[in-house]
Design a protein around this ligand. Sequence first.
Ligand SMILES: [Zn+2]
Length: 87
Amino acid sequence: MSEQNKPLTCNFCGSDQYEERRIEYLYSYKGEYLLVPDTPVQVCTNCGMVYYDAAVLKEIERRFFAIRQKQERPDRYIQMPTTSYAS
Ligand SMILES: [Zn+2]
């Protein structure tokens, strides 16, 4: 997984302008997934590069394993269609 703390200036375009947004983050681990709506991220307003806070990612990871080990319950389960590009 790519973990990137927000740098002072964007790694890609050098801009120092960010805005906080909420996105749907899809955590994956060995073919299992946890979808996390309303994940707070910092987005470079110039090029759109998304930066995740390491603490946010750690919390998502903690919840994934808590749910996996049935210590916590997810809000709900969803079904996703999948399609292989090369079939
Ligand atoms: Zn940028």
